[in-house]
Design a protein around this ligand. Structure first.
Ligand code: SAM
Ligand code: SF4
Length: 335
């Protein structure tokens, strides 16, 4: 999801979008968007919108099904390498509506990597049951921080450590991998840095399969140097976790930190890395020979669902947006 200035956009017709996909010659990562959040966190780069009464049902029973229908032939005839339900807060969908949506995706059971983002305050066991039934592998839990004061100042309902532990155990019981997202709210104080490091240590004790560590993209990070040093020291001492596809070193952490990429820890005895190819696509979408088909949007002019289609080895990027009730597509002229 991203904000684009209108200058960069040129409207295209829906039938041209569908024709382009019929010519796509790369494996496809399917992204299904959830536009809503119960509270909008001040720090969030992907923030959803607060739903009005009935919006969630309208979206999942009318708008998204209509969109999925349009793409069903494309999905059926493409090699879909992964499917990601992101947002916003996808776990706001009811288990029943989720089942209907999943039943509409052609050959869904053949998709090897399936991801779903859940918010610990808005997740039910019934939803986890549906995710397990449809063989999702990776359930991404947005923890952000264990520190309730930090969460409250970012407009996020705090969730107890016990509840996070319980959700991870329930994900594992159902045979899925549990991922934890942590944001470092480090701006300029050593105290914030201390909370961040403490969050990482606590997260490891809960034994998730993956931990995505993101220093807040928007902060100036006047403590960046000490943060990278402390992070390196902390990560080196953690037993039972390693860096995804990289040796643990000061340089590796600095590289990801400065590029605003998640620093990904993987539990040593977990098989989650066998189901993480999507991450490579997502982190380097312009380099990999891969397409991304983003489906779903609502009336939120600040956020667009983007897609990357590959035709004759050329990369075409466009966004989907609903403007005054009407679905529109725009080419992105410059990346
Ligand atoms: C699209 S959000 C979905 C999370 C889910 N709605 C929740 O809150 O639990 C995906 C992740 O991006 C990360 N994120 C969002 N804004 C960020 C920012 N400004 N800096 C760093 N990471 C951020 C958070 O860790 C978040 O869990
Ligand atoms: S972190 Fe999650 S809940 Fe908070 S605004 Fe972002 S997407 Fe919504």
């Amino acid at each position: 999801m991203e904000i684009l200035s209108n200058k960069k956009l040129t409207e295209i017709r829906e039938r041209d979008v569908l024709y382009m996909w019929s010519q796509n010659d790369a494996p496809v990562s399917l992204y299904i968007h959830n536009p809503f959040c119960r509270t909008v966190c001040k720090f969030c780069a992907y923030r959803g919108m607060l739903p009005q009464y009935g919006d969630i049902e309208t979206y999942y029973r009318k708008i998204l099904p209509r969109q999925l229908c349009k793409y069903s032939d494309i999905i059926r005839s493409s090699y879909i390498s992964s499917c990601f339900f992101g947002g916003g807060t996808p776990s706001l969908i009811s288990p029943k509506d989720l089942k209907s949506i999943l039943n509409m995706i052609p050959n869904f059971s053949n998709i090897r990597e399936k991801f779903f983002e859940i918010h610990p305050a808005y997740t039910t066991l019934e939803l986890l049951d549906v995710l397990a039934e449809y063989k999702f592998n990776n359930i991404i839990l947005g923890l952000q921080s264990f520190d309730s004061k930090t969460l409250l100042t970012t407009n996020r309902p705090p969730v107890s450590e016990n509840k996070v532990k319980f959700i991870i155990e329930e994900i594992h019981k159902r045979g899925m991998f549990a991922w934890l997202d942590i944001v470092g709210f480090i701006n300029c104080s050593e105290e914030e840095l201390g909370i961040f490091i403490n969050d990482i240590r606590k997260a490891c004790l809960l034994q998730p399969d993956e931990i995505s560590i993101c220093p807040n993209f928007y902060y100036k990070h006047s403590v960046a140097n000490s943060a990278i040093r402390e992070l390196n020291e902390c990560l080196k001492k953690l037993s039972g976790f390693h860096l995804y596809k990289s040796e643990m070193s000061f340089e590796a952490i600095k590289f990801m930190y400065e590029r605003k990429k998640a620093i990904r820890l993987v539990r040593d005895n977990s098989r989650v890395e066998e189901y993480m190819n999507y991450i490579d696509v997502n982190d380097r979408p312009d380099n990999e020979k891969q397409a991304i088909l983003g489906i779903g949007s609502f009336e939120n002019e600040n956020r667009d669902t983007f897609s990357l289609c590959r035709v004759n080895n050329k990369l075409v990027r466009y966004v989907e947006r609903i403007v005054s009730g009407e679905l529109k597509y725009y080419f992105v002229n410059s990346i």
